[in-house]
Ligand binder design. Sequence first.
Ligand SMILES: [Zn+2]
Length: 316
Amino acid sequence: MKVSRIIAIGLIAAAAIICIIFAAGVSPAASHETDSPPEQDEPTRAELVTSALAAAYPRRVEKTEFREGTGGAIGDWAVLIRDVWYYYADGKLLPEELLENANDYSPIPFYNYQRELPPWREPSADQTARYRERGSSSPRNSRRRSPHFFDALWRGHDRDEAYERGKSIRFLGHTVTVHYGILEELALVEEHILAAAKTDPQVQPWINAINEIEGWSWRNVANSRSRSYHSYGIAIDILPKSLGGRETYWLWASERRPDWWNIPYEDRFHPPDAVVKAFESYGFVWGGKWPYFDTMHFEYRPEVFFLNGMDLATLR
Ligand SMILES: [Zn+2]
């Protein structure tokens, strides 16, 4: 009797242990979203980018999900805008019918962007070689950035359609045409700049020195086949009456200085820090932080901040 009782207790204990192991093994899987790719624990770049886009443009991106592939194709993360799915496709964000031509396009840069301007450092030999190579390559040979996602996002597939989205506003005393979708953000940026002008001695002189502000302009990025964000009216250039001998744009600078990448910050025209912060805190990246610097340029790309772990409100 005693032996059979010990066996029974043993069996119950073994069953309990098996149950615990089984439960431990199953529960993380059970907590996965049903539309996640299988056997994927860490979010992929595709998931991170599509989620950042959904968070950045909540009124424009309707949905983001992992879409199963058809006909043996592997699935991909995608975002839905006005009934069309744009697949991540290594950062190209292409509609389904263009996935087979993905090689025709270069990815949209969802680049590293730092909270503070990093200290000036001379570029490495590798970096210098890349700058030199880009300077000598013909734009006709380069692939263009896929425009499909941003065309749909801002509803500007061609010049006329993009022009329809423009509104002319007064900004820091100048007239500028921008997309109607960023009017409130720009009004708030202006409010912050004007508030900063009361306390920061650099800001009012910078405002007074503005010669012109350019927003909407249907065009490609200079020296490339990629559509500029000015085409949608979500980028603005703020140019002073005089650059005072400093440089503002790498391409213009390269005509005077073939080694434009060696131009230190003090020789570049930088807006006051408070101005850059005002723009950034409403989702505008500043071109002065790009290696291919464009210090007059601000562009509305809130997803870039999200992908770099920045909450806009903390930038104020
Ligand atoms: Zn610009």
